[in-house]
Design a protein around this ligand. Structure first.
Ligand SMILES: Cc1ncc(COP(=O)(O)O)c(C=O)c1O
Length: 307
């Protein structure tokens, strides 16, 4: 799950029901099973939120799945007699850098009832600091209320940022996206090779590499959480000077997101989440990433010695 958003929703009082994915994105069979289990309670569902290129896994939602999701929520809307909004988070939609992936269709193409909304952002293709995002959907009470609220609180991005973004979108955004994707494509290929070379035996599953800039790894038998030896080794918090280095000049650290933050605490993936992690190849250059993967290999060795 996109942990930042789920956490925000829960602070606002929503109950989140998380559905696992497979290699085509959110698993619609598991979704249907969950709706059956919910029974009459599914009438209380406020909305569906689906990431088209997932964070943390970078798994791409296939067009078939997209169509199926629209179908499921259209049916549920007629059952409960209310249009249930279905949001597609397109944050990484323009960052598919693997040319073998089918072109991604807009979910709006499958929507007869007017329940689909697509959310975009300039954060991933231009700059997060611009704070500019957008929503595309059918006219109606929901869109009106969003427009009203945006007007009430004032648009979050300063006008100067809107002007800058508007200029950049009109002048050269295609070249920028191509450049960004070429860079990510190269990095993804190289990092994937290193993952196989260095961590190969210990990788149970590796997702990502075709879009966005994360790999999501499931280790075969090594815990990754904040109290694990793997984590302590990489953050230099084992308490052993030989591993951490002297206090005033510690050995290099590796920052990753432990799987325990990427699976919902009440969901079905809590156990496997303890052996998962997200690494990003977005910011760091390749030599640094290579060093980090070598350190991860050593961290796995350290965890196993300590078993
Ligand atoms: C899945 C997903 N959605 C949305 C965003 C939001 O980006 P922003 O709030 O910067 O527009 C991010 C950023 O990390 C993301 O990973």
């Amino acid at each position: 799950m996109y942990y930042i958003y789920c956490n925000d929703l829960e602070r606002k009082g929503f109950k989140v029901v998380a559905i696992p994915e497979d290699d085509e994105g959110l698993d619609t069979e598991l979704l249907k099973a969950k709706l059956t289990t919910l029974g009459d309670e599914s009438a209380a569902i406020r909305f569906f939120y689906v990431v088209t290129v997932n964070n943390p896994t970078c798994t791409i939602l296939s067009n078939n799945r997209k169509a199926e999701l629209v179908d499921i929520v259209t049916r549920l809307s007629s059952e409960v007699g209310r249009k249930i909004p279905l949001f597609f988070d397109n944050a990484y939609h323009d960052l598919v850098h693997d040319s073998t992936v089918e072109p991604l269709a807009s979910a709006l193409c499958y929507d007869d009832l007017g329940i689909v909304y697509e959310i975009g952002t300039l954060s991933k293709i231009l700059a997060p600091g611009l704070r500019i995002g957008y929503l595309i959907g059918s006219k109606g009470p929901f869109l009106n209320s969003i427009i009203q609220r945006t007007s009430d609180i004032g648009f979050s991005a300063p006008l100067i940022n809107q002007e800058i973004a508007s200029y950049l979108l009109d002048n050269g955004i295609e070249a920028q996206i191509e450049k960004v994707n070429n860079g990510y494509q190269q990095k993804a290929k190289q990092v994937k090779t290193w993952i196989a070379e260095l961590l190969g035996d210990n990788i149970q599953e590796c997702r990502g590499g075709s879009a966005g800039f994360y790999f999501y790894l499931t280790l075969a038998n090594t815990a990754t959480g904040a109290t694990s030896d793997f984590f302590k080794f990489l953050t230099r918090t084992t308490g052993q000077e030989a591993v951490d280095g002297p206090l005033d000049s510690q050995h290099p650290k590796v920052i990753y997101i432990p799987g325990e933050h990427c699976v919902h605490p009440n969901g079905d993936m809590v156990e496997v989440g303890k052996r998962q992690l997200r690494i990003s190849y977005g910011f760091e250059e390749l030599p640094q990433i290579h060093t980090a993967l070598k350190l991860m290999k050593s961290a796995i060795g350290y965890s196993q010695e300590n078993l």
